[in-house]
Design a binder for this molecule. Structure first.
Ligand SMILES: O=C(O)c1ccccc1NCC(=O)[C@H](O)[C@H](O)COP(=O)(O)O
Length: 223
């Protein structure tokens, strides 16, 4: 299973995630976020990763100029689009940058899942996240979960990332209920908003290690 640790901002916490085998590490470009990083700081962290995990810039409705700067100055592997980007816009951004795109979709009801089909064959990965709670200025990274049982209706071959309010205490339930191809976590490995905590990153991976001992691999499971 892919594991993405999102909203990292220091070499120490990037190294903690890499040391436990994170498949992806994410850096947020959104000025209202406590996790916002300038491009030069992101570029330093991408160089530190040096191919040991997929590097992801999380961004919200970026214009072409910003997309170009991400591709040229930071050189990540992925852009994670966390705004109202349409399938056409996702296609344009992929063609413009040559980068892989993860499209985030806010989920609160079964109807919300209907939007996934429009990105089929366009987005490289869907990320199913909670809807922004009332009063939050952040489209993601709010530390709230949605009803994972809604995901039972999805085509089992859809390889999506699950996010929203996941932490060491509930990741086992998230995996057992949703059986996602990947998990994305941010607030759940922080000691305060925007402050990643190496000890919590380790606890999160410890919980995954325990889970790996009890949950059969996805392909081997019935239905
Ligand atoms: O994390 C942010 O501050 C953020 C800001 C703007 C858009 C997206 C953002 N985060 C997206 C993520 O990938 C988070 O990991 C995801 O929403 C889960 O967050 P959490 O519930 O805190 O684990």
């Amino acid at each position: 299973m892919d594991i993405k640790i999102c909203g990292l901002s220091t070499p120490e916490t990037v190294n903690a995630a890499l040391s436990r085998g994170a498949s992806h590490v994410g850096f947020v470009s959104f000025e209202k976020s406590p996790r916002h990083l300038h491009l030069a700081a992101m570029a330093d962290l991408v160089r530190l990763v040096d191919g040991r995990a997929g590097t992801v810039i999380v961004t919200v409705d970026p214009d072409d100029a910003l997309v170009d700067r991400f591709a040229e100055e930071v050189r990540p592997d992925w852009l994670q689009l966390h705004g109202a980007e349409t399938p056409d816009r996702v296609r344009d951004i992929k063609a413009r940058t040559g980068l892989k795109v993860m499209k985030a979709l806010p989920v609160a009801t079964a109807e919300d899942l209907g939007a996934i089909a429009a990105f089929d064959g366009i987005a490289d990965r869907m990320l199913l996240d909670s809807r922004r709670p009332k009063g939050s200025v952040l489209p993601g990274g709010n530390g709230v979960a949605f009803d994972w049982t809604l995901l039972a209706a999805l085509d089992p071959s859809l390889r999506y990332m699950l996010s929203g309010g996941i932490d060491a205490g509930n990741v086992a339930d998230a995996v057992r209920i949703a059986r996602p191809a990947g998990i994305d976590v941010s607030s759940g490995v922080e000691s305060a908003p925007g402050v990643k905590d190496p000890a919590r990153i380790h606890s999160f991976f410890d919980a995954l290690d325990r889970l790996a001992q009890d949950v059969p691999p996805r392909k081997a499971r019935a239905s």
